[in-house]
Design a protein around this ligand. Sequence first.
Ligand code: AQP
Length: 326
Amino acid sequence: MSRVFSGVQPTGNIHIGNYLGALRQFVDLQNDSECIYCIVDMHAITVPQDPKELKKHILDVAALYMAIGVDPKKSIVFVQSDVKQHAELGWILNCNTYMGELSRMTQYKQKKQKSENPSVGLFDYPVLMASDILLYDTDTVPVGNDQKQHIELARDIAIRVNGKYGKTFVVPDGRFMKSGARVMSLDDPTSKMSKSNPNEKSRICLLDEPNKVKKAIMSATTDSEGVIRYSVKEKPGISNLLDIYSAFSGKSVAKLVKEYEGHGYGDFKKDLVEVVNQSLDPIRNRYQEIRQSQELVDSLKEGAEKASEIAEKTIKRVKKNMGLGL
Ligand code: AQP
């Protein structure tokens, strides 16, 4: 059985970009793979966090995992900082990664611009991500397109270590969705939808009320041509909405363009509101009950124990191959 690993940061409200790019895959994969899903709180602290908010967001994200259909009986679900081997392997991999490699990471270049005094952790975050993945002998990493460069780095590090010390790590592959791998911002469709955009109308969060979803979609940036056709370059706004519609409805973009021939943006957006709300309804309904339950905390504790067992085996192998410890 192949092994799957992925994680989401507990840094704010999970939006449809996170869902369509990554989370949706988590559910699809758990029937025929051994899945390990993490709430990556140590990644979250690469930028300042309020401790109370962080603690709350950890459980929020865990409850969302379950609400979308991740089943802790089928998959291992846990909080990253509860498994100490992530940090341990992180250090070891730091010593096998080059400054030049990390300096080329586009996400670091973008994020450091938003930070007055970027932390070493922000620079080093892709190495911690490589540790997360390599710790579990992962074959497949379901993520959004924005993580492609980080997956490449994890592969490069694995290949390098295997070359220097003998077979130590499984070399992982990224898994990207055909539709929804890069959902763009509703206010600026040339940049990706993101949790940290100060404009709330730039995104649709999974737990947004139906009316908020409606407002965000109806005010989404389009263009003055008024014709529904797909061209990311010429018409990024309506193309993004077509992608979102396609990802939620399962209809191809070509079919949607045909269906809406002769219709204006208003009709299209109204139908999109319906489609998105219908998909989010069951998630919103399940979420509250799960979030309040003790079972949530219990399954995270159990998940951390199972994850630690696997992680410890990898650490022992790494230390042996590298000549570390007694
Ligand atoms: N816009 C997106 N479209 C498709 N996939 C996306 N992902 C993120 N944004 C989009 C994917 O969601 C997963 C979890 O992401 P994360 O929580 O680790 O952090 P992120 O990529 O930094 O997410 P945000 O929302 O953009 O947060 P900020 O604003 O803090 O930078 C990943 O698999 C990611 O690819």
